[in-house]
Design a protein around this ligand. Structure first.
Ligand code: FUB
Length: 349
C-alpha cells in the first residue's frame, strides 16, 4: 500500500474502532449481504417490487497497490436480487465480463443500472485500451442480465462511478466522476492530461473543488443528450466548496435520490472517508452542503446508494469486515433515517 493510502487507512481503522464503541447501543449491526464472493460499490434499485443490487465484484488479482488503485482490478459483474430487505441476496451469476466489452482494457469499477422502455441498462466504468477511464453501457431484457455491451463507450463520457437517476417526469440523468485514480482531474481543461495524478496539485488548494458531472440521457438511454455540466456544491454562505475542504468536497461515488420535491446529491469524500450530501430544488443543482450521512467504515473506500422500499429508506454501502483488506470489500444495508425537515441522520457504522 502506498504511504498516503496507508496512513489514511490506519486512521480510518482507529476512527472505526472508536465509532464502533460509541455505536454499541445501536440496533442490530448490519452483516455482509454476500459472503462467498467480495462485493463493493452497491447500486441498489427497486424494479417491479423487488430489490436488485449492482455492485463491483472485488477479486485478488495480485496487482501491486498504487495511488491510482491498480489493485482494484475487477473483471466482471454479478447482480444480486432480494425479495425482502432482510435478504437473502441471491447471486444471479456473471452478468457481464470485461472480455465481452469490445473497447475495454482493465478495471471494471462501480456500475449502476436503469430501466426504461422495457429494457434494462447497465452502466459501467472501465479503462479503455489506452488506460483511460470511460463509461460504457450494456443492455438486457432482464434486470439480472446477461447484458450485451455496446461497441464503444458513451461518447463524451470519462472518469468513473456512473449513477443514473430517473426523475418522476421520466427524464434520466447520469451523474459521474471521481478524482485521483478516477481520473476526473485529468479532464479539467477539456483535454486529457495524464500528468495530473491526484487532483489539480499545489497552488490550487484555495480554488473551487473539482465537481462531479451530470448529463441528461437521450430517450434511448445509450447516449448523453447534452454536454456534461458541473455538479456544484455550495457552502452555508453560498460559495462553492474549495479543493482544500477535504471533509466536504466531492471525491467519487455520486448518488441522486429525490425526497418530496428536493433532490439529494450524495457522494464520498474519498481520503476523509465520509459519505456526505447536499440538497437542491433542481437535479442539476447547485446543491447546498447539508452534512454527513455516514462516518468512516473499515477500509479506505466508501461508496453507497439510497433507495425507498415499502415506505422506508435504506442505504447500501460496503466495508471490509470479511477480509480486512482495502480492495476486498463486502456490501451491507441499513435503514436511513431522517429528521422531520428531511435532513438525514448521520450514521455511526
Ligand atoms: O471499486 C472501485 C472504486 O472504489 C469505485 O469506483 C470507487 O467509488 C471506490 O469505491
Amino acid at each position: 500500500m502506498s504511504s498516503h493510502y496507508k496512513i489514511a487507512f490506519i486512521a480510518s481503522l482507529f476512527c472505526c474502532i472508536s465509532y464502533n464503541v460509541a455505536a454499541q447501543s445501536n440496533a442490530a449491526k448490519p452483516k455482509p449481504l454476500v459472503k462467498d464472493i467480495y462485493t463493493a460499490d452497491p447500486s441498489a434499485h427497486v424494479f417491479d417490487g423487488k430489490i436488485y443490487i449492482y455492485p463491483s465484484h472485488d477479486v485478488e488479482s495480485n496487482v501491486p497497490e498504487d495511488d491510482e488503485g491498480a489493485h482494484f482490478n475487477m473483471r466482471d459483474y454479478h447482480i444480486f436480487s432480494m425479495d425482502d430487505i432482510n435478504g437473502p441476496a441471491k447471486d444471479n451469476g456473471v452478468a457481464l465480463d470485461v472480455k465481452d466489452i469490445p473497447w475495454a482494457g482493465r478495471q471494471l469499477w462501480a456500475p449502476d443500472a436503469a430501466f426504461k422502455n422495457g429494457t434494462y441498462y447497465l452502466y459501467f466504468p472501465v479503462k479503455d485500451k489506452k488506460d483511460v477511464f470511460k463509461i460504457g453501457v450494456a443492455t438486457s431484457k432482464s434486470p439480472t442480465g446477461p447484458f450485451k455491451a455496446e461497441a464503444n463507450p458513451i461518447p463524451g463520457s470519462y472518469s468513473i462511478d456512473p449513477a443514473v437517476f430517473m426523475d418522476k417526469d421520466g427524464k434520466a440523468y447520469m451523474y459521474f466522476g471521481g478524482i485521483w485514480g478516477g481520473q476526473l482531474q485529468r479532464w479539467h481543461t477539456g483535454n486529457y492530461d495524464a500528468s495530473l495524478k491526484t487532483d489539480l496539485g499545489k497552488g490550487h488548494e484555495n480554488e473551487p473543488a473539482l465537481n462531479a458531472k451530470v448529463a441528461r440521457m437521450k430517450d434511448d438511454m445509450l447516449v448523453f443528450d447534452e454536454a456534461p455540466k458541473d455538479v456544484i456544491i455550495l457552502d452555508e454562505n453560498g460559495k462553492p466548496l474549495l479543493a482544500s475542504d477535504s471533509n466536504r468536497r466531492f471525491f467519487e461515488g455520486a448518488w441522486m435520490h429525490r425526497f418530496g420535491d428536493k433532490y439529494y446529491f450524495s457522494y464520498s469524500t474519498g481520503d476523509t472517508h465520509l459519505l456526505a450530501y447536499g440538497v437542491s430544488s433542481s437535479p442539476y443543482g447547485p446543491f447546498t452542503y447539508k452534512g454527513v450521512i455516514m462516518k468512516p467504515v473499515t477500509g479506505w473506500t466508501t461508496h453507497h446508494s439510497i433507495i425507498e422500499f415499502k415506505g422506508k429508506w435504506y442505504i447500501f454501502y460496503h466495508d471490509v469486515e470479511l477480509s480486512g483488506k482495502t480492495h476486498l470489500r463486502n456490501i451491507k444495508v441499513r435503514e436511513l433515517l431522517r429528521e422531520a425537515d428531511g435532513s438525514i441522520k448521520t450514521i455511526e457504522p
